[in-house]
Write a protein that binds this ligand. Structure first.
Ligand SMILES: NC(=O)c1ccc[n+]([C@@H]2O[C@H](COP(=O)([O-])OP(=O)(O)OC[C@H]3O[C@@H](n4cnc5c(N)ncnc54)[C@H](O)[C@@H]3O)[C@@H](O)[C@H]2O)c1
Length: 255
């Protein structure tokens, strides 16, 4: 699908990978709605990008708020063609820790934001996309979800996060099959370790060691590299129902 003049909604678009996608898509001539938490940097990011960007304070877990954001994107820009889910949270907790079993709320919260939130956004974006005029290829929309290599090589303390991302991986093919009649493609990106604010809290020596653990190139991924893949997915009509690892051949160790 050609990007120019079309509209994308990017969750988690105020920070890190989502922000890089927002900047790249606006640079390629798209209108973009940044869906992120009220307290995020969304307003500042949107203000820096001019009229093509709009900030929608929201929460991916809310059916009402996400519907409002999707309807608002259609009303403001005349349609919705691309939905990119980057909103996500992590949690470090072991199944059985020093003080006992993991608090079930920790597990529920991560699943709710990462997995339920991603599905909530995808189903509502698909509904709006289904009303688009198809392209010559019969395409009406593209949905990009963000998993993690933790879906495959989850480390100690990553059960909730790995389970949520594993769910996102498992959704790619059946969602693409569900939406084939509507001309909507679904592709999931599973990033390795990227240099985003999520990682900024990690001390410099550990960040360096994480970068050196990547076979090639031996460094942290750049958000712009994630955004470049997102753009390619939108433009390449043959990519569908697939999960793409973007990780420099990294396979995570147990810890
Ligand atoms: N950075 C990495 O190394 C890495 C690796 C693999 C996967 N990922 C995944 O990529 C995605 C983006 O990560 P990032 O590193 O850019 O993180 P980040 O913390 O920089 O950005 C995440 C954004 O999501 C938003 N968000 C969180 N909960 C939300 C909610 N309920 N509703 C709306 N917005 C919400 C946050 O406000 C934030 O702006 C996440 O899903 C993360 O799990 C990141």
């Amino acid at each position: 699908m050609e990007l120019k003049g079309r509209t994308a909604l990017v969750t988690g678009g105020a920070s890190g990978l989502g922000r890089a996608v927002v900047e790249r898509l606006v640079g390629a001539g798209m209108n973009v709605v940044i869906l992120d938490r009220e307290k995020s940097e969304g307003a500042t990011v949107a203000a820096g990008l001019g009229k093509a960007a709009h900030f929608e304070p929201s929460d991916v877990t809310s059916p009402e708020l996400v519907k409002k954001a999707v309807d608002g994107a259609v009303a403001r820009f005349g349609g919705l063609h691309v939905g990119v889910s980057c909103a996500g949270v992590g949690a470090a907790a072991r199944t059985l820790g020093k003080t006992g079993p993991m608090d079930l709320e920790v597990f529920r919260t991560v699943i709710n934001v990462n997995l339920v939130g991603t599905f909530n956004v995808a189903r509502l974006c698909a509904d709006a996309m289904s009303r688009n005029q198809p392209t010559a290829d019969g395409e009406r929309g593209v949905i990009i979800n963000t998993a993690s290599i933790a879906a495959f090589d989850g480390q100690v303390g990553q059960v909730p996060y790995a389970a949520s991302k594993g769910g996102i991986v498992a959704m790619a093919l059946p969602m693409a099959r569900d939406l084939m009649k509507n001309g909507i493609r679904v592709v999931t990106i599973a990033p390795g370790i990227f240099d985003t604010p999520m990682l900024a809290q990690v001390p410099e020596d550990i960040r360096r060691a994480l970068g050196e653990s990547v076979p090639f190139p031996s460094r942290l991924g750049r958000p712009a590299e994630f955004a470049a893949l997102a753009q390619h997915i939108v433009e390449n009509c043959m990519l569908n129902g697939e999960v793409i690892r973007l990780d420099g051949a990294l396979r995570m160790a147990p810890k």
